[in-house]
Design a protein around this ligand. Structure first.
Ligand code: ADP
Ligand code: MG
Length: 253
C-alpha cells in the first residue's frame, strides 16, 4: 500500500460569509502525480495554498508527511516546494541570482547552474525573468519549487496559456521530477493533460470534491453507465495534426 504523504480531513475555508471550500477530505500518496481539477472558482487554489501554509483554514485537519499543519507548519514548509513569484518582485535579478536569493531564504544551499540545467534553462542563466517565453518562465517557476529538495511540490495551473510544444515539454519535466522521487500535486484545466499526466484525480466543484479516482476508472465508469459520444471520434484530433505538422521541438529560443 502506498503511504499518504498528504492527508486532508474535513477542510473548510470561509471568506467572510462565503464558503469557498466545504469540508473536503482526500489523501495524496507518496510518489504520485495527483490532479486537482475543476472549473474556475471551485476552490482548487485555496485548497493548495492552505496545504502550503500560505492561507489560514477555517476548519479541518491537514497532515503532510506526518506533520500536523496546526502544530508544525515550519516543518511542513521545509519539505514542500512552492512556486515562487519572481517577475513582480525582483525584476533586476537574473535567473542565477534569483535562485541564489531563494536558496538563501530557504537556508538551503543549491547549485544554481545545475538546477537551471535540470529545467533546460542553462542558456538563460544571465537573463531576467521578464525576458523569458511563457514556457521558459514556467520551467523556471518549477525550478524554484525544487530549491529545498522537497518531498512534494505544488503546481497551480503550470501549463495555462502555453503552446502544445511547451505543454509537452513541461509534462516531461513533471514526469522527471516524479521519477526522481518527488510527489506532485497539480491543478489544470486541460483534461487531456490530466488524463496523460495524473495517477489520480479529484474533481472539485463549488467547494466540494465530487469525484476522486484514476482517470481510467472515471472514463470506464462513464462508458459503463451507457454514455456515448454524440459523434464518432476520429482516430486523431486537431492537436495531433498540429503536433504532427509542427513537431515537438520548442520554439521559444
Ligand atoms: P480556483 O482556484 O478553483 O479557481 P479559488 O480557490 O481561487 O478557486 O477560489 C474559490 C472561491 O473563493 C472563488 O469564488 C473565489 O472568488 C473565492 N476567493 C478566493 N480568494 C478569495 C479571497 N481572498 N477573498 C474572498 N474570496 C476569495
Ligand atoms: Mg486557481
Amino acid at each position: 500500500m502506498p503511504q499518504p504523504i498528504i492527508s486532508v480531513k474535513g477542510l473548510v475555508k470561509n471568506y467572510g460569509d462565503f464558503q469557498a471550500v466545504k469540508g473536503i477530505s482526500f489523501d495524496v500518496f507518496e510518489g504520485e502525480i495527483f490532479g486537482l481539477l475543476g472549473p474556475n472558482g471551485a476552490g482548487k487554489s485555496t485548497t493548495l495554498e492552505i496545504i502550503e501554509t500560505l492561507r489560514e483554514k477555517t476548519a479541518g485537519s491537514i497532515h503532510v508527511d506526518g506533520y500536523d499543519l496546526d502544530k508544525e507548519p515550519a516543518a511542513i514548509k521545509k519539505i514542500i516546494g512552492v512556486q515562487l513569484q519572481t517577475s513582480g518582485f525582483y525584476p533586476a535579478l537574473n535567473l542565477l541570482e534569483l535562485i541564489d536569493l531563494f536558496s538563501g531564504l530557504y537556508n538551503h544551499k543549491v547549485d544554481a547552474m545545475a538546477l537551471l540545467k535540470k529545467v533546460n534553462l542553462e542558456d538563460k542563466a544571465k537573463s531576467k525573468s521578464k525576458e523569458l517565453s511563457g514556457g521558459q518562465r514556467q520551467r523556471f517557476s518549477i525550478a524554484t519549487t525544487l530549491i529545498n529538495k522537497p518531498r512534494v511540490i505544488f503546481l497551480d495551473e503550470p501549463t495555462t496559456g502555453l503552446d502544445p510544444q511547451a505543454r509537452r515539454n513541461l509534462w516531461d519535466l513533471i514526469r522527471e521530477i516524479r521519477t526522481a522521487g518527488t510527489t506532485v500535486i497539480i491543478t489544470t484545466h486541460y483534461m487531456d493533460e490530466a488524463e496523460q499526466l495524473c495517477d489520480r484525480i479529484a474533481i472539485m466543484d463549488q467547494g466540494r470534491i465530487i469525484k476522486l479516482a484514476t482517470p481510467e476508472s472515471m472514463i470506464d465508469e462513464l462508458v459503463e453507465s451507457g454514455f456515448e459520444r454524440p459523434k464518432q471520434m476520429k482516430a486523431a484530433n486537431l492537436e495531433d495534426v498540429f503536433i504532427h505538422l509542427t513537431g515537438r521541438d520548442l520554439r521559444e529560443d
